[in-house]
Design a protein around this ligand. Structure first.
Ligand code: HAM
Length: 420
């Protein structure tokens, strides 16, 4: 062991488990690629103000969870705690919204950082795949994104997840609701911190997990009873489209998300096998965010799915993904000349697209065969002195134990045909 360990709240992805993470990222990305979303990559850090203004000064993410740093040049930066503000910043900076082709549809995949109290499913470094549709106020986009997330989970074989859906209103009806909620909350028996929260971010009080608070919230006014006609119609259309696509959802009037930019549609996918960190993904509409970070009005919607928690959900359901073998053929040379010949054959096989590996170092036959078995390869390609003299190699099926001689100049063609 080295003197160092991975920092608290982080973990390393190592083979063979790391292959599952790659497959999950790919499964989430595949439906997006088929639906007009282009890949975007932004820096791992941004100006701290972007998140303060975008995610919200009063959110836990900004007040407690950001990794911030001052550069030698005096810039205040933050490791990105989420992707939406960065992606919108990048789209605005590149004027993608001016190309006359709205919405701009983008997807991304990467690492995010939050200084949270670590526990199972909650890490300080985690991985998301996300999607944003920027610049259109159309309920079919909200539905499209939700359906794509749902289909991605289903394509992975997940069953025990639920979709919670809510509307948080817009700049017309939310302020009226906010005032009504504040008035209600001010009349409750709450501690000082929570009382302070009523003034800054009253909706977050609804999300308080403590029984003593929840008990008092039974008669709290609900956003859904305060939605304006436009928001009501918009939400109804999202619900209709989801139902038509066979995507089940639960109306959750108390669903409040931990980021301040949401308007109208908000949603979360929760998995029932994950305990307290049950949200495997979430998102919603953020019609005002562009203006909050200095851009023009650009109503938008998006989501991010947590890769770490999706992998935990697969484990909880006992789903094993069918992953392509990392090695199809494992070559075992006996002697220097055989090594040279097999090295060349392995290179040629790889160039043909066959996943091939070789026993390296001067291992004896027994240890080399152990490596072959451990590699997961279906076939071993053996070459010894006698084979060389006869101009053949031995192709061994490691499952059945059958073995056959193949002429050295036919190896690439035969092996390629056999593994296909
Ligand atoms: P979020 O709900 O903060 O939304 O994160 C999305 C997902 O990332 C969560 O549902 C969870 O699966 C995963 N996640 C978040 N924090 C952690 C953590 N500490 N450890 C492990 N997994 C975590 C957003 O980030 C928004 N940007 C989503 C969005 C996109 N809204 C609109 N567009």
């Amino acid at each position: 062991m080295s003197t160092f360990k991975a920092p608290k709240g982080t973990y390393d992805l190592l083979p063979p488990e790391s292959a599952t993470y790659l497959a999950v990222r790919e499964a989430i990305a595949a439906p997006l690629r088929r639906s007009g979303y282009g890949y975007v990559e932004t820096p791992g850090f941004e100006n701290v103000e972007l998140f303060a203004r975008g995610v919200g000064e009063s959110t836990d993410i900004v007040t407690k969870e950001m990794y911030t740093l001052t550069t030698k040049g005096g810039s205040e930066l933050a490791l990105r705690p989420e992707g939406t503000a960065s992606v919108l910043r990048a789209a605005l900076e590149a004027n993608l919204h001016k190309a006359g082709n709205l919405p701009v549809k983008l997807w991304y995949s990467g690492s995010y950082y939050r200084y949270e109290r670590p526990q199972k499913g909650r890490y300080r470094h985690f991985s998301q795949v996300g999607a944003e549709a920027i610049g259109a106020e159309d309920p079919s986009l909200d539905a499209e994104l939700i359906i794509l997330a749902h289909d991605a989970y289903r394509s992975l074989g997940l069953r025990n997840f639920r979709l919670l859906l809510n509307s948080l209103g817009d700049r017309t009806c939310r302020p009226v609701y906010r005032a009504a909620l504040q008035e209600f909350l001010r009349g409750l028996d709450l501690d000082d911190d929570t009382r302070a929260r009523i003034e800054i971010n009253p909706l977050r009080v609804l999300d308080d997990k403590r029984d003593s608070v929840q008990r008092q919230l039974k008669d709290a006014p609900m956003m859904r009873d305060h939605l304006c006609e436009e928001c009501k119609a918009f939400h109804e259309e999202v619900r209709t489209l989801l139902t038509a696509a066979g995507v089940a959802f639960e109306d959750d009037p108390r669903l409040v998300r931990g980021l301040d930019y949401y308007t109208r549609t908000t949603f979360e996918f929760v998995h029932d096998g994950l305990g307290s960190q049950s949200a495997v993904g979430g998102g919603g509409r953020y019609d005002g965010l562009s203006e909050m970070i200095g851009g023009p009005p650009l109503p938008s919607v998006g989501w991010a799915l947590g890769v770490d928690r999706t992998v935990l959900a697969l484990e909880a359901e006992g789903v094993r993904l069918e992953l392509p073998p990392t090695t199809e053929v494992f070559a075992v040379p006996l002697g220097d000349e055989a090594r040279h010949r097999l090295f060349a054959l392995v290179t040629a096989l790889r160039r043909e697209g066959v996943a091939a590996d070789l026993s390296y170092g001067s291992k004896g036959m027994k240890n080399a065969m152990k490596s072959a078995n451990r590699s997961g390869a279906r076939f071993a390609l053996l070459l010894g002195d006698r084979d060389l003299a006869e101009g053949v190699a031995q192709l061994k099926d490691l499952e059945s134990g059958e073995q056959k001689s193949v002429a050295l100049d036919r190896v690439v063609a035969e092996v390629t045909a056999t593994v296909r």
